[in-house]
Design a protein around this ligand. Structure first.
Ligand code: AHG
Ligand code: MN
Ligand code: MN
Length: 352
């Protein structure tokens, strides 16, 4: 008889816990609840075309963006699942202006804070294109038993103890890291379980895909414009021109580039000098995954995870993906901003 070996997310979490003899199981319990919320949101995403869940709910969120029904659904269900696990004292979400403190005894004693973008890529919901959820977990700084404080959330990305995303794509995946590499699980809908499918995800050191909303080209910094031209120029030796791929869902764009090798860029522009993406619940968790997979994540000048946050919904320019690609665009940005002369590994002349 053929032997089938399936490792479910929960089995994997429990086995990983054995590497930490002092662990009391609280963190495993929390990850288990992330998996539950992901399955609930996945169920709604999959039937989005069948029920009255598409379209806008009529509100705007703290960023002034219109909230879609699924944004609200995902937000409510993640908050609920994370609260129910009792390990988290407070949660911050893209969809809520301030963080939410869980005021029951069990949660007050929770050791962790949870940050999330419950539905990433919401402009793709109504057109059946991949969307995601991004999450980030920190150990709280405030004393256990007391109310969580803003300081618990304003920790640099280097203090994350776990981060990940759920990708609701042609299949649904949960990808996460606890600082020991990146692991991917694929949802098997027939058994309703996330099953281990990508034991150790490593991103190629260099890649051929660049992902950026080129519609904003005119407003990009000079270094980014130069990098795009570099990606487009013909060069047999370096296998250029590169391929341009942009879905408009950070999770989906990052996931593809993570596997194939590439760079995702959401730069600062003249009209948005800090870019669009949010440091705490979009860029930091993705940066943690990128670095754990051997890639890089930067704001063009310093690693994303070294930035000391100053507010919950802070935005930051974002450059992430294959190490060599991020390093090159950093060189170009710094050359143009600081007038620093950089020895580029290629010639830029004769480019159209
Ligand atoms: P969200 O749906 O959570 O607001 O995030 C959308 C983000 C991100 O997923 C994506 O990379 C980017 O916005 C796309 O922005 P543009 O449409 O400006 O390219
Ligand atoms: Mn988002
Ligand atoms: Mn969102």
């Amino acid at each position: 008889m053929t032997k089938f070996e399936v490792t479910t997310l929960n089995e994997f979490i429990l086995k990983s816990q054995m590497n930490y003899p002092q662990a009391q199981g609280g963190f495993s319990h929390l990850l288990h609840h992330v998996g539950i919320a992901a399955k609930i949101v996945n169920r709604e995403v999959n039937k989005a075309g069948l029920v009255d869940i598409l379209g806008e709910v009529g509100n705007t969120n703290v960023q002034g963006e219109s909230q879609k029904k699924l944004d609200v659904f995902a937000n409510d269900h993640f908050i609920n699942a994370i609260h129910n696990c009792g390990e988290v004292c407070a949660i911050a979400s893209e969809e809520n202006e301030s963080f939410i403190f869980f005021d029951d005894e069990m949660s007050r004693n929770g050791k962790y804070v949870f940050l999330m973008d419950p539905l990433d890529g919401s402009s793709n919901i109504d057109v059946n294109v991949s969307i995601g959820t991004i999450f980030s977990i920190y150990r709280r700084i405030s004393p256990i038993g007391e109310k969580a404080t803003m300081e618990d959330f304003l920790q640099p990305g280097t203090a994350q103890i776990a981060a990940g995303y759920v990708l609701y794509g042609s299949s649904t995946m949960m990808v996460y890291t606890t600082g020991r590499g990146v692991t991917g699980f694929t949802l098997d809908p027939s058994i309703g379980e996330f099953c281990l499918s990508h034991r150790r995800m490593e991103t190629p050191e260099d890649g051929r895909i660049y992902s950026i909303n080129e519609g904003n080209y005119k407003k990009f910094p000079k270094g980014v414009k130069k990098y795009i031209k570099y990606c487009q120029v013909r060069d047999e030796k370096s296998d250029r021109p590169y391929t341009s791929r942009y879905i408009g869902s950070l999770v989906a764009d990052f996931h593809r580039n993570l596997i194939k090798g590439g760079i995702f860029i959401y730069p600062e522009t003249e009209s948005a000098p800090l870019g669009k993406l949010r440091l705490l619940y979009e860029c930091n968790p993705i940066a943690f995954l990128a670095e754990q997979a051997g890639g890089k994540a930067s704001n063009g000048f310093e690693p994303i995870m070294k930035i000391k946050p100053t507010s919950l919904h802070q935005r930051v320019p974002f450059y992430t993906g294959s190490k060599k690609m991020v390093e090159l665009v950093e060189c170009l940005l710094q050359e143009h901003t600081n007038g620093k002369t950089v020895d580029l590994p290629y010639k830029m002349e004769n480019q159209q």
